[in-house]
Design a protein around this ligand. Structure first.
Ligand SMILES: [Zn+2]
Length: 160
């Protein structure tokens, strides 16, 4: 029987290092590298057990500051289902799904940013919400979605 090491992901240098590399690959749109690193991360997480007790305070703080449950699950290396269970156990009330509202001027900027090739992640960072909210809203506004290759092209001159 193998015992897994307890693991506090927020403080694990291995995780942090992998995440840094993943971010780099993501912004470079180097999906081969990204997948390779993602696999490495999965292997790493299989060897360790999330240390939920230690993560609790930080997780709750992040959640209260607006991080979504699925983002937290990803950060802690557990499934979303597990994350929901954990929150129930902790007695942390779940946020009601609030519809993020964007002002007309934010909307205008979001659309032009997206058309200029800014990623949904970056748009979410600038104007609020999650990247899925941003994409959903852009679709509602009738903005044509970029194909993956277009997104890749855009990513390459995003910082120009
Ligand atoms: Zn780790």
């Amino acid at each position: 029987m193998t015992t897994k090491k307890p693991h506090f992901r927020f403080d694990c240098s291995g995780c942090r290092d992998l995440e840094r590399q993943l971010d780099k690959a993501r912004s470079a749109k180097d999906w081969d590298k990204f997948n390779e690193l993602d696999l490495k991360r999965k292997e790493h997480l299989q060897r360790v057990e999330p240390d939920l007790k230690q993560s609790k305070q930080k997780a709750i703080r992040m959640y209260r500051s607006g991080v979504t449950l699925s983002e937290l699950a990803e950060k802690m290396g557990v499934s979303l289902v597990k994350m929901r269970e954990i929150f129930k156990e902790w007695g942390e009330p779940r946020r009601r799904r609030e519809r993020v509202s964007y002002s007309p001027s934010a909307k205008e900027k979001m659309v032009s940013d997206y058309r200029a090739g800014v990623s949904a992640h970056e748009i979410a960072r600038r104007y609020g919400g999650s990247h899925t909210t941003v994409l959903k809203r852009l679709r509602e506004w009738g903005v044509p979605m970029r194909s993956r290759s277009e997104a890749g092209m855009a990513g390459r001159y995003r910082d120009c």
